[in-house]
Each structure stands twice: as structure tokens, then as C-alpha cells.
Design a protein around this ligand. Structure first.
Ligand code: DC
Length: 228
């Protein structure tokens, strides 16, 4: 046992269950759960508020001059602040999702958010989820997981989630959006979504949330047996 900070990187496509699974696993391990997608979403919301075309990379980069994005943790829950304002709800709308995907392809945006993610990981045992955590942000993380599921299964889950939130959407539209975001996220030039070479692949298509959480916890325990 030593005092080294433990970092768990969880990457994977939209809707694979990264956030629910990571949140529960972090809780069970007593780690902080960090959702990095929220940062890209906040930058996306900022661009939308300024009526910027989020596919215009230069225009998006120009929005970074006078913006502050921060993560705070209250009772184990993450809140994302845009210029000090809590935008944790606003970042979850479908336009914010597409805007996040667009702005995440802008190198200046990735550079802008890099230190913030690194600093959090440096000081706390955490499970950090995103697209490039194991490959770019935390290449030295002790544990790297690539969490995935088929697009159809992910669309089904997203529909259920939206229905429960009272904002139902058609399955075909949700599936199309997932396919579009998958394509964007894995074909962009900078930090594309791909499994780190040393990551453990977890396919949740046929797993319950509990099974996926158990698989993450077991992997973390195995890989850090002498550290926790
Ligand atoms: O995980 P999410 O759906 O909240 O992420 C929103 C968008 O942000 C997603 O389209 C990809 C991008 N993203 C990224 O490029 N890198 C990360 N580490 C996290 C998210």
C-alpha cells in the first residue's frame, strides 16, 4: 500500500453506459467520478449562446478568449460551471450534444480543456470518462477501460433515458444521431475515439449495469492490488 493517486480512464462511444457505470464504480471504490464530456458540452453551449456556427473551427476557437469552464464536486456529484454559472442541465439537450461533438474536433478546444482534466487527476483518485482519456489525457493511468456497446443497443438505452426525463424522441432519430456522433468522434484528426493499446475492452451490449460496474471494479482491484 502506498499513497500514489489512482487514475482509471474510461473511454468509449456515446451511450455505452460510461457515465452510469463509472459513477457507480467510483462510488463503490470511494473515487471521484469525472465526466469530461461535460466540459466539451459547456464549450458547445457557450458557442450556441453566442450564435456561433459550431462547425466553423476558427469561430469556435475565437469563443475561448473570454470563457471560463470549471468542474466542482459537491457531495460526490459533479457540476459544470460556464463563466461561474451552473449549466449542468443545459448541457444535456440534443443541440448541446451535437455542439459538443463539433467543438471537440477543434484543437484549441482540446488544448484549452487539457490542463483542467490533468490537474483533477493529479490530485484525486478518480474514474475519468471521455473519449481520449487513456490515449491522450492520462496515458499513465493505472487502469484503462474501453466501454462499448452496439449502436442499436445504445440508441435503445438513450430512448429510454429520454423518455424517463419526459423528453421522448423517435428511435430512428436517436440511432441516426448516435451514428453521426460516432463517426465524428472517431474520424476527427485530433484525439479520435479509439481504444488505448493497453485498455481492457468491456462490451456492455449484453451486460446489466450491475454486471458492467462489477467488471470495472474487479479490473481496478486486479490492476492496483498493491496500491489500494
Ligand atoms: O460523453 P459525452 O456524450 O457527454 O461527450 C460529448 C462530446 O464531447 C462527444 O461528442 C465527444 C466529446 N468528448 C471528447 O471529444 N473527448 C472527451 N474526453 C469527452 C467528450
Amino acid at each position: 500500500m502506498n499513497n500514489k493517486v489512482i487514475n482509471v480512464a474510461v473511454d468509449g462511444p456515446a451511450g455505452a453506459g460510461k457515465s452510469s457505470v463509472s459513477r457507480l464504480a467510483a462510488k463503490a471504490l470511494g473515487f471521484v467520478y469525472v465526466d469530461t464530456g461535460a466540459l466539451y458540452r459547456a464549450v458547445g453551449v457557450n458557442a450556441l449562446r453566442k450564435n456561433v456556427d459550431t462547425r466553423d473551427k476558427q469561430a469556435v476557437a475565437a469563443t475561448l478568449g473570454d470563457v471560463s469552464v470549471d468542474l466542482v464536486f459537491e457531495d460526490g456529484e459533479q457540476k459544470v460551471l460556464l463563466n461561474g454559472e451552473d449549466v449542468s442541465k443545459e448541457i444535456r439537450t440534443p443541440p448541446a450534444s451535437m455542439a459538443a461533438s463539433d467543438v471537440s474536433a477543434v484543437p484549441e478546444v482540446r488544448a484549452f480543456l487539457f490542463d483542467l482534466q490533468r490537474d483533477i487527476a493529479k490530485r484525486t483518485n478518480c474514474i475519468m470518462d471521455g473519449r481520449d482519456i487513456g490515449t491522450v489525457v492520462l496515458p499513465d493511468a493505472q487502469v484503462k477501460i474501453f466501454l462499448t456497446a452496439s449502436p442499436e443497443e445504445r440508441a435503445k438505452r438513450r430512448c429510454l433515458e429520454l423518455e424517463q426525463k419526459g423528453t421522448p424522441q423517435k428511435y430512428e432519430d436517436v440511432l441516426a444521431e448516435i451514428n453521426e456522433r460516432d463517426y465524428n468522434d472517431s474520424h476527427r484528426e485530433i484525439a479520435p475515439l479509439k481504444p488505448a493499446e493497453d485498455s481492457v475492452l468491456v462490451d456492455t451490449s449484453f451486460l446489466t449495469i450491475e454486471e458492467a460496474v462489477a467488471s470495472i471494479i474487479n479490473t481496478v482491484k486486479e490492476k492496483t492490488a498493491d496500491e489500494i
